[in-house]
Structures are given as structure tokens and as C-alpha cells.
Write a protein that binds this ligand. Sequence first.
Ligand code: ADP
Ligand code: MG
Length: 714
Amino acid sequence: MAETEKFTEIREETATRIDEIFGQNVFNDNVMRQRLPKKTYRELRHVIDEGRSLDPVTADVIAHAMKEWAIEKGATHFTHWFQPLTGITAEKHDAFISHEDEEGRVMTEFSGKELVKGEADASSFPSGGTRSTFEARGYTTWDCSSPAFIKESGCGKILCIPTAFNSYTGEALDKKTPLLRSMDALSIQALRIVRLFGNNTAKKVSTSVGPEQEYFLVDENLYKKRPDLMYTGRTLFGAPSPRGQEMEDHYYGVIRERVGEFMKDLNTELWKLGVTAKTQHNEVAPAQHELAPIYETANIAADHNQLVMETMKRVAVHHGMRCLLHEKPYAGLTGSGKHNNWSLSTDEGVNLLDPGKTPNDNVQFLLVLSCIIKAVDIHADLLRQSAADVGNDHRLGANEAPPAIMSVFLGEQLQDVVDQLITTGEATSAKQGETLHTGAIALPDVEMDATDRNRTSPFAFTGNKFEFRSVGSSDSIAAANTVLNAIVAEAFSEAANELEQAPDFTIAVHDLIKKNLTDHQRIIFNGDGYSEAWVKEASRRGLPNVPSMIEAASALTTEKSVSLFEKFGIFTKTELKSREKVVYETYSKSIHVEAATMVEMVSKQILPACVRYAGNLASSVRELNGAGIDTSTEKEMLKDVSDNINELKASLDRLMGDLKKTETLPDGKETAFYYKDTVMLDMESLRKPADRLELIVDKELWPFPSYGELVFEV
Ligand code: ADP
Ligand code: MG
């Protein structure tokens, strides 16, 4: 296609109006209002807004309208879309057809029962032992607060109904159920707080979440030459390329054409699904990018984040690329995370985390803030656990993502208010943002925020929200928000218990804020979270520093945790135990796949290539010797190769031997630790000689594309 033609096409395409595309595949409030009888619509709104239960007649009417709408849009199937403990989504498609009528015409059918409830074999999903194969039944139930949507893919158009997934005996087998339970708990407790301050009209306090999603793109042809990327999502070998991210030219850099075309399609697909994809930019590492949506209610944000991840992968394939969501695809380059922006607002639109211009005067805000600080301090271990996944072990604490030590960043303005409260019991002033003098006549002077940013903090106050920065890029955000909601609900409930009884509210609230801040100030840290000094200081303060996912897992089942979650009906002890077990199993399985992939790559590809190269060198030495030419350099090269081959083979044998031992180990904690403490170390030892050999062996013979090719050929 001629350049001008292409340009015209681009211009025409972009003429598609964003407001027309947005939400076109969503059975949203607008569609419901148009398509449902008034009474049904009102009923459903009550169910959504007030959590009432849905009666079967109403469900039937909704199902019918939903089906008609979906079929008009070309949908052929429906599915209950849910989030098992695998961390990704699950679906099983059913066509909208039933028996034929007398004239042989197929009937379309979708009942209220099918909308509201589905069945899925619970024993085939991770359940941490709560389900055995003979107790297979599991149910999916409609989460009507998250809108149904039509997904377009190779399968055609499928109506997806967001659902929760529970066992026959009612245990949550998914990520959505506890999140919804935690949102309810937080709402109830937060309402008690706003009531104390005279608000008698708010009906609900909801959690708003905006997750910023980082990802890498890689060319599909190169990807397919890397078994490690295909099987594990990350490179298990790879020598550093001469150029990495040291030029600092990628972050916010001009987006390359091919990536831009991908982003354009990605946005369109997401907008159709009602996902508010808002911001896009290049990230720190080459081939790394970010997408941020506009924040929304936590369960919808969690669903949408799943859609974002899924759509990224799908659209990348259409552009001859693959999207890598792994937390650490390349050693030596910055990995990917997900900043989970979190705040609380009433159904009347008041953000409880908005300090206003003068936070020192805003007593409700200070109480809320002090409760959150207390919550994070008491449950730092749980919060840490909520951001743990296998890939994230490579990031947290590795000086590119927040440390594994949880702490709260407040910034200058709030820290000053907190200091005043702790020392004098009263805060009489608040530092204000100043004017930034640009020093050039042509540039206007601008108002600065009262507080700078701190990128090294795991839990940072950023103006009117907290940003939990530890979450991994491939992880669901459900667990992180479930924990945040739960721990804050507890702190609110304890505050309300005290303040509701207080003879003099003004004095009591004042004392409580001071007490919370004083007792829990050790969790506040505004300095450099990457520094060695902080590790020491945190240890002096007694803050937990949990380096790995499996060490973090036991936080789920401490007495403190069980009591918290049971009190608010978010998890039962059984559910917590099963989740801890799933952590160990997931870890062991993932490391096993990585180790087995390394074994295969070394045995079948790296060793043969190296041996061939050594053979070539050896014959050169013979030939040159025959011609009477000095071969000392060639011999040195040969020795270098052969030393590394020996080390490689020895490391391979060790890894294989240690992997073999896992066959007789039982599932569970001990095995997970064996993978971490033995298998992972073997893997590191195996990688070293392989990466050295990559820099020695003839490029023509090396079986895999290099780091440089992977990140620069996008
Ligand atoms: P920042 O630059 O302070 O990180 P951005 O405006 O870039 O903020 O927003 C980052 C993410 O935070 C976006 O997804 C945005 O929608 C979300 N966000 C903004 N305000 C809130 C809020 N009050 N509650 C939750 N998320 C929010
Ligand atoms: Mg941000």
C-alpha cells in the first residue's frame, strides 16, 4: 500500500468516534433502561445498589432481554465468566439454541436460571484440598453489579456473564467472592464512620480502584524460538545485550509505529467492552509499556483488569507480536507491576481520602487516615501476601519495585500534620503547594502539589487515594483489594466501637486519631525504600521483611488473620487454609515447569549447539596445525568453551537429579520450600555457564534470539 493511501486509511479509521464505540458491547445501565420493562429495571437497580436478592421472575425477564440484545449483536453463545484461583478467567460456552420447533426452526433460549446460576466442575480447578474429585459440584452465580458484555474473538461473539464461583458446600473457590464480601464489610464499617460525623443519608461506601497495567511486547517469530517464553512467560536464559535501558530514552518516548498500531486496536477493543482505557505510554525498559484505565468500583475494576490482560494478549497476536505479562520477563531489565490505586467514596460522591486544602481541619479525613495507617501496620504481613505471586518474587525487594517491607508513604504535607498531632495533640496548619517558578518568560509559573512523589514506597498516599504498588503485572488485583478492604474495615469497626460510646465525641475522636498515629507511626516511611539503610531501619522498627511468596503464605492462616476474615465474613478458616495450600502448589508447579523447560533447552538445544561449536573449533585447530600455523588462540577458545560445557553439563545433571527427587515429595509447604531452596538455586547455577556460552559461541549456531533482538526488534 502506498504511504499516502495508508495515511488516508488511518485518518478515516480514526474518524470513528470514541463516544460511539465506547461500551457498545456492554449490557450496561443505559441498555438495561432501554430494554427492560420499567418495573424490572427498578427491581434490578435495587438488587445492584442495595444488594437485595433477585427473584426468579425478574431474572427471567432480564435473561430474555439480555439474550435478545446479544443475538441482535451477533452473539451465538453465552458463558458464565469467572475467576478461579488460577489467577486467570474461566469460561465454557453454550450456544443460545434449544430444540427445533415443529417446522424445524431452531429456537433460541436463555432462561433466568441460566443467567443466575451455572455449574462447573469444581474439582478441576485449584481448591487447596477443599474439593476432591468425588465432590465435583461447583456453582457460578451472577454478579449483577458487574455488567455483562460480549467478547469478540476467534470464537465469534460470546455473551459473558461475570460470576462468582463457589463449591457445593458454599466455599469460595474464586477471587471475586471474597472481594465482594470485603466490599460489603468495608461499606458497613465506613458508614458507621461517616454517621459519626453527621452523615445520615449515605447508603453505601464503595471502594474505587484504578490499576495501572505494565506489559512487554515481543515479536511473535522471535517468541516462538524461545521455549522459555512459550512455556513460562519469562526468559530462563539470556546474556545481557550491549544496550539495555541505560540510555533512559524509552520511558515516555515516542511510541513506535507497530506498537502504536497495537495500542490503537487495543484501546478500541477495550472501549467496546466498556473498559475506560485512558493513558498509554512507553515504560522504563525497551519494549515495555503501560496502560491505565479510569478508576471504578473494585469488583468491576478487577473484572476489567482481567479483560485488559486478556485483550492485550489477543490483540498482540493480531499484530504479529506476543504480550508478556510476566513480572520479570528479562533479567537485568525492569520488570512489570500493577499500581493499584485505591480510595473510598460514599454513594453521594464524597471521597473519604480527600484531605481538602487543609487536612489539619478535616477530622473525618484524619480519622480515616489514622485507621488506614493502623490497619497496614497491624496487617503488613497480609498485605505483603496479597501481592505475592511466583513472578513477583523476582521484583519485590530487587530495587526496581517497592521493597518486600510494607510501609506507608504520606508525603511532606501529611507527615507534617501527623507530626503536629503526635507531638502536640493538635494540628494547626497545613503546608500548601507552592508556585513552581519556571524561570522562563514564555513558560507560565504553575501551582505545585503540596507533596512530591516517592516511587520506592509500596503504599503511597497520592493526593486523594492510596497507591498500592507491590502487585504483580500478571496477578489479579482481587486479592490485594480484598485484603485492603478487610484490614481497613477492621480498623474502622474498632474506631466506631469506641467513638459510638464516647460521652464527648470531639475529645474522643481527637484522642483516637492521636493514639492510632502514635501507636502505628513505625509503619510510616517517607525515605528511599530501595536503600540498605531502610532494610536495617525497618528491622529495628520490627516491620516484617518477607522476601518470597511461599514465606508470605503463612500470613493467611495466623490467628490474627483468621479472626479478621471470619469476623467480617470474608473468608472462613477452611477457605484461608485452602488458599495457603494453593499458594504452595502453584509455586511448586510453576518452578517445576521452569526447571523442566531449562532442562529441555539445555539438553536439546544449548548443549548440542555448544558441542558443535567446540567440534568446529577442534577441526580448525587440526587444520591450522597441519598447515603449520600457530593455534594458541584457537586452543584457548576451545578450552574456554569446553570448560563452560563441563560446568553446564554438571549443573544440568544436578538440576535433573534434584528434580527427580520431587517425584516422591508430597504436595505442600515442604515441597514448595524444596523448590525455592534447592531447585531454584540449581536453576541459577545452570543459567550462568549458559549465558557465558551465549557470548562465546558462534551466533549462527546459538539456538535462541538474543535479549537485544527480543527487546529491540518490536
Ligand atoms: P497519579 O499520576 O497520581 O498516579 P493518575 O491520574 O495517573 O494518578 O491515575 C493513576 C490511576 O489512578 C488511574 O487509573 C486513575 O483512574 C486512578 N485514580 C485516580 N483517582 C483515583 C481515586 N480517587 N481512587 C482510585 N483510583 C484513582
Ligand atoms: Mg500512578
